[in-house]
Design a protein around this ligand. Structure first.
Ligand code: CS2
Length: 495
């Protein structure tokens, strides 16, 4: 146990940490805030903030103000630590590094004026986001004007609650003050994330003020990016281990695999950090990277999450030790998904798949399937339905990619019948569907296909409806034995 009176990680205790713990090699006091990051969760702190930490010695103007929109937890944990926290890299040779790039933490719900002041600050030239798929309030590719957050923010654009509302409120202040705009950089797992953010911002801004929208359209850059690093949620095991290694308490360390990749489109309107120095790949063609990553890493992740949960498995590494499941995702990746990828110059799909399988098998990472299973209604369209749409268009089989989608449906049914809440923006609708499910493939599939936000791209395609119903039936009563049986048979019959 971490003792209650243990020392706490902070600027004051930094010099007394054990030598093995890496720490900022620059004077934090000489850095200035140049980035506002919205969504300062574990992924941001394990990924982007680490790249920036590597740059601040040379580029001290790009420190981060980390904003949580709704929850004060991260602010309350890290403010007493001067924004410092530990990154634990999990692998054969684990290591710890204290990250210093977050200089300020704000909770927008409690301190909206402070967030708006930062967004107006001319020293801030970049706003970055990790707000997950649902944070963009999209219906398909368009802004969802029926979304409660959008309705609220349009009614009071100077006192917003959501990310789109804040980005536009900040730009509005800057335009009024004659300050150059910031670049808005999405770092979420969405295909064409910059394009989606741009469209959402412009559609929202049009309703606030058409001249503002025109100004944004011609002056603000929305680069696309691809982010990658497997980051399991923080648990008490990590907190205890980090406290023992540091000799002082850290209220919210983060952990990830050693591998990390960040590819950013080189399109900024108000300067940018010299990302290349921190091994960020700057590219003009993000589409190939994000498609490969979403389809070859995130889709199999979701497949493992739903199929593995039905089998009673808890983690990704454990799932990869089940030959039926590991074999299925490998076939899914190599035979179904890889065929839908445009070949990027120098991209070797087989080597990419090999590397992902090694990452999934990392025995030093306890990545819970339950964490990946969150937000299925948002993740499945982005991760796997695109593969199905492309396969349908090319006349290829879709039976295998339909199996994880059918597994999600069984998972929804199981959670509803066990009274377990789903973490999903559509949780209430899904609970109702789950409760009404009878196991009859025709009826159960029909109920899901009414979810336009998920299935609009495929719901009227008869081949898809037949394949999804077939996959749903193949999973039978979704017991572990039934799932193993379905995994073994998948791909044997053409649909
Ligand atoms: C995962 C991702 O939780 C999930 O849905 O698939 O967070 C995944 O670990 C990252 O995208 C890896 O870069």
């Amino acid at each position: 146990m971490i003792s209650a009176d243990a020392l706490r990680l902070s600027d004051a205790t930094l010099p007394s940490l054990p030598g093995a713990v890496a720490r900022p090699a620059y004077d934090r006091g000489k850095t200035g805030i140049g980035i506002v990051h919205i969504g300062v969760g574990a992924f941001h702190r394990a990924h982007q903030a680490v790249y920036i930490d590597s740059l601040l010695g040379d580029e001290p103007d790009w420190a981060i103000c980390g904003v949580s929109l709704h929850s004060s937890e991260v602010r309350d944990a890290l403010r007493p630590q001067d924004g410092l926290y530990t990154l634990a890299l999990l692998g054969e040779q684990p290591s710890q590094r204290v990250i210093g790039s977050i200089r300020e933490l704000l909770c927008a719900r409690d301190e909206p004026a402070a967030v708006l002041a930062r967004l107006a600050d001319p020293a801030v030239r970049l706003v970055t986001l990790t707000i997950t798929e649902k944070g963009y309030c999209l219906a398909g590719d368009e802004l969802d004007f029926t979304h409660p957050e959008i309705i609220h923010d349009l009614a009071s654009p100077d006192a917003p609650k959501g990310a789109i509302g804040y980005i536009v409120a900040g730009l509005r202040q800057r335009r009024r003050a004659g300050t150059a705009p910031y670049t808005a950089l999405s770092c979420d797992n969405l295909a064409d994330n910059g394009g989606k953010l741009r469209r959402a911002v412009l559609q929202y801004a049009m309703r606030v003020d058409a001249e503002l929208a025109a100004w944004i359209e011609s002056h603000v850059a929305f680069p696309r990016s691809m982010v990658d690093s497997i980051t399991p949620a923080t648990d008490h095991v990590l907190r205890e281990r980090v406290a023992a290694q540091l000799g002082c308490a850290d209220a919210w360390p983060v952990q990830r695999e050693p591998y990390a990749q960040w590819v950013v489109e080189d399109n900024f309107c108000n300067g940018r950090p010299a990302f290349e120095r921190a091994c960020v790949t700057m590219s003009d063609d993000i589409a190939g990277y994000d498609r490969a990553k979403l389809r070859l890493l995130n889709a199999p992740h979701s497949a493992l999450a739903y199929l593995g949960s039905l089998m009673g498995i808890e983690t990704v590494a454990e799932a990869m030790r089940k030959p039926a499941l590991a074999g299925f995702v490998e076939r899914l990746m190599r035979e179904d998904i890889a065929a839908t990828l445009d070949v990027l110059q120098g991209f070797d799909p087989d080597a990419y798949v090999d590397a992902i399988l090694v990452r999934f098998r990392n025995p030093d990472i306890r990545h819970l399937l339950a964490q990946i299973a969150w937000d299925g209604s948002q993740k499945l369209p982005v991760r796997i339905l695109g593969t199905i749409v492309d396969a349908l268009a090319a006349g290829r089989r879709i039976e295998r990619p339909c199996l994880p989608v059918a597994a999600w449906m069984h998972y929804v049914r199981r959670q509803a019948s066990n009274g377990v809440a789903l973490v999903d923006p559509l949780d209430e609708t899904l609970r109702e569907i789950g409760r009404a499910m009878t196991g009859n493939a025709h009826d159960d599939v029909a109920a899901f296909l009414e979810l336009d936000a998920v299935f609009a791209s495929v719901s009227t395609n008869p081949r898809f409806v037949a394949a999804l119903s077939g996959a749903y039936s193949a999973l039978g009563d979704a017991t572990p034995a039934a799932v193993v049986h379905a995994l073994g048979n998948s791909g044997d019959s053409a649909i």
